[in-house]
Design a binder for this molecule. Structure first.
Ligand SMILES: [Zn+2]
Length: 395
């Protein structure tokens, strides 16, 4: 039996921090979290000394486009592995490669690369499944999605896309488009997380989609409608639905720039920590020096400039993607969101695990779950990243 013991350090549990515990992992799974004097290592055990550090369940990023100079739409195995390694060096143990609105040809190529990259990826954050972001989005809230490829969900097309890969874990779409409720129902039937995003929907459109199985909202506050006025009448929008619907989970780009501290504290006050996850939604420049970069795939991406910790359009009129990494999300939620460390860690461990319906395997130290662990100091500088009991990154 292969055993890894993480000893010393402070365990970050759901609601508190406990010192003096050792985390025992056997054959890639958690087996016990015990007082350190109860754990007697054998000579064959691998030991990670976490003295003076914190250890938590591994960070899960359910919305990222790349990092380390690579984008998941680049169409190469190397891009996948490069991005996975860069995210691992910032504490991510599991990520969901996210596509951009594009041609179906590029999408199918990405499906193919995903499978090859999963086999080639030995020292990066693991891949949990694909997140398709688009192409069924509202033109007026396209954000960085290429408007040339936006369209309505047609069964003939999405059934074909769904038939091309069994790795689709999540699909983001606009619920107001013709055919969207049926599309949400189809995703729900297949166990794919149906997520609302890049949308001009009304409150009622969101409610119809929710009833058909859309359970999550993509980068809450960003690229979605709020209260609008038509003639003299006011209509509630997507943001208000996110405030109101208890069963709807939300995600936030917590780079400290896309959503200001006031709005972080507002949504935490309304919905509470456990309904909200944090995501990087990072483009390829995450983890890289600032300067010129490219948003989207190498083949048809657009030029952007990275400065002040965010990507901007060249004329600086709008943000063009986040360059956040997981460690930065946790720092932001503590500093700007006013959360404790265990609360901030929940937003990137058990909450995304629950949204992606993998709580049985990920998101906490419970015995039998995958031994994914992130070890970091008091400033959330990552020292070790461990996936299924293997140290894949060490600072
Ligand atoms: Zn995105």
């Amino acid at each position: 039996m292969d055993r890894l013991i993480i000893r010393g350090g402070k365990a970050v549990l759901k609601d508190r921090i406990v010192e003096g515990l050792s985390l025992v992992c056997e054959d890639g799974c958690f087996s016990a979290l015990l007082p350190s004097d109860k754990v007697v290592p054998s000579p064959s055990d691998r030991i990670v000394d976490a003295d003076g550090l914190f250890f938590s369940p591994g960070f899960i990023d359910m919305h990222t486009h790349g990092a380390g100079g690579a984008d998941f739409m680049d169409g190469t195995v190397d891009a996948y592995v490069t991005a996975a390694r860069m995210h691992a060096s910032h504490g991510t143990t599991l990520l969901f490669p996210t596509t951009l609105t594009s041609t179906n040809e590029l999408l199918y190529n990405t499906f193919d690369i995903y499978d090859k990259a999963s086999r080639a990826n030995v020292d990066g954050a693991a891949f949990g499944g694909m997140h398709l972001e688009g192409p069924y989005f509202a033109k007026e809230y396209a954000g960085a999605q290429d408007p040339r490829y936006l369209r309505n969900p047609e069964p003939s097309e999405y059934l074909e896309i769904l038939s091309r890969s069994d790795r689709i874990a999540r699909w983001s779409f606009a619920p107001e488009l013709p055919g969207a409720p049926e599309f949400a129902a189809e995703l729900a039937r297949r166990g794919i997380v149906a997520s609302i995003g890049h949308t001009s929907a009304t409150f009622e459109d969101c409610d119809a989609a929710f009833r058909m199985g859309a359970t999550h909202m993509t980068h809450f506050f960003s690229c979605m409608s709020t209260i609008t006025r038509r003639n003299a009448f006011r209509y509630a929008g997507v943001v208000e639905y996110g405030y109101w619907q208890d069963g709807m989970t939300l995600e936030i780009i917590a780079d400290g720039i896309h959503v200001p501290g006031t709005l972080l504290r507002l949504i935490l006050k309304i919905r509470g920590v456990d309904s909200i996850s944090v995501v990087t939604d990072s483009m390829r420049a995450a983890g890289m020096p600032e300067g010129p970069s490219l948003l989207g795939g190498l083949a048809d991406g657009q030029e952007v400039i990275v400065e002040d910790g965010v990507a901007k359009l060249p004329d600086r009129s709008a943000f063009a993607g986040s360059v956040a990494t997981a460690d930065r999300l946790v720092r932001t939620m503590i500093k700007d969101g006013g959360l404790t460390l265990p609360e901030a860690v929940r937003m990137i461990t058990c909450n995304p695990a629950s949204v992606m319906r993998i709580s049985g395997r990920k998101g906490s130290f419970d015995a039998g779950k995958d031994a994914d662990v992130t070890i970091f100091d008091e400033n959330i500088n990552v020292k070790y990243t461990i996936v299924k009991g293997n140290v894949i990154y060490r600072a």
